[in-house]
Ligand binder design. Structure first.
Ligand code: DER
Length: 225
């Protein structure tokens, strides 16, 4: 089993929860891609759903699969959001943002009745942090000072770059990847980081996961909150 196959197995299981007429939050990343392709299969067999994409990349793929998208920015009621994660701890707290879509992903997750997270088993950790830095979306204005204030709380802030230039999110913000040790209290850290002026959002998802679906070499494992 390749890791990609394990991601695909988890994504297929998540799509079983999608029912006719639902409005679905569509996540971003390689695991979410498998979910969108699987939804496309079911749409070709008559499933009627609408999707709210968490990135342009997801919107393009969803459109190519025939998924009707809700582009408007007014209030939507999402039955389900299905998304990936970079790390998951035993309490189903997450680090997300590896793909740079954390702001829309968190808005969509917060608007959904249920959040299903799909991962391969390598994403499960005893404690968040350490091997994966915490992505923090910040306003470019004064980002150096924002970085210093984050580091005063914890860790080392590294500006995310692409081809030698600062990575820009779809909203035009920068991402600081905060290299921290073990995050013993994710809820407390999320609050403290969000209070720093210039911080738009953090990749800490605390208490939001309804169901975790894990692709493992022994098969698909589920864990509810
Ligand atoms: O950026 C994100 O939050 C993505 O969901 C990411 O965390 C998971 O990406 P992957 O499914 O490609 O590992």
């Amino acid at each position: 089993h390749t890791l990609d196959e394990l991601k695909r197995q988890a994504a297929l299981k998540a799509v079983d929860y999608v029912q006719d007429g639902m409005v679905i939050g569509l996540g971003t990343g390689s695991t979410a891609k498998h979910m969108i392709l699987a939804l496309g299969e079911r749409i070709r067999r008559g499933l009627k759903i609408r999707g709210v994409p968490t990135s342009q990349e997801t919107a393009d793929l969803a459109r190519s699969q025939g998924i009707a998208l809700i582009e408007s920015d007014n209030t939507w009621t999402l039955d389900l959001a299905i998304d990936g994660a970079d790390q998951v701890d035993p309490q189903l707290c997450l680090i997300k943002g590896g793909g740079g879509a954390l702001l829309k992903e968190k808005i969509v997750a917060a608007a959904a009745r249920q959040l299903i997270i799909v991962v391969d088993h390598t994403k499960r950790v005893p404690m968040l942090g350490n091997s994966f830095p915490l992505p923090i979306e910040v306003v470019p204005f004064g980002w150096g000072n924002t970085a210093k204030q984050l580091e005063a709380i914890e860790g080392k802030a590294v500006l995310r770059e692409r081809e030698g230039r600062p990575f820009r999110t779809e909203a035009g913000h920068f991402i600081l990847d905060l290299h921290v040790g073990s995050i013993t209290d994710p809820a407390d850290l999320e609050i403290r980081l969000n209070q720093v002026p210039g911080v738009v959002e953090t990749g800490l998802f605390v208490g939001r996961t309804s169901l975790l679906i894990v692709g493992t070499p022994e098969g698909v494992v589920l864990q509810t909150a």
